[in-house]
Design a protein around this ligand. Structure first.
Ligand code: ZN
Length: 105
């Protein structure tokens, strides 16, 4: 019988993702981040990872196998609410700082 090491098992679990483009199972592997945006994205969104499909060459963001998809979406929702709040507050204060000029008769 062949011995299976823990790293082989880990690789098998990590590569058991389904590709969202070609639906191939077991051909999606972790991908290195490219550029500052992807690096920042990985830091801000720990439940997500960058993956590449070795079958169709798809590359993108997926929820990690050890993370909860609901918690991952909740985190994105919290970030979106924060973003909308910050933009809304910025617009509010900028309009107070620079009010629209009233027309003189
Ligand atoms: Zn694919």
């Amino acid at each position: 019988m062949e011995q299976v090491s823990s790293t082989q098992v880990g690789t098998a679990i990590a590569s058991s993702h389904v590709c969202p483009k070609c639906q191939e199972v077991g051909r999606v592997y972790r991908s290195w981040p490219r550029g500052i945006l992807e690096n920042v994205g990985l830091k801000l969104l720990p439940p997500y990872g960058l993956y590449r499909c070795h079958n169709c060459n798809w590359r993108g963001w997926k929820v990690r196998s050890n993370s909860s998809p609901i918690l991952a979406r909740l985190l994105v929702a919290v970030y979106l609410i924060l973003l909308v709040t910050i933009v809304g507050a910025a617009v509010f204060f900028l309009r107070r700082l620079f009010p629209t000029p009233t027309r003189m008769p």
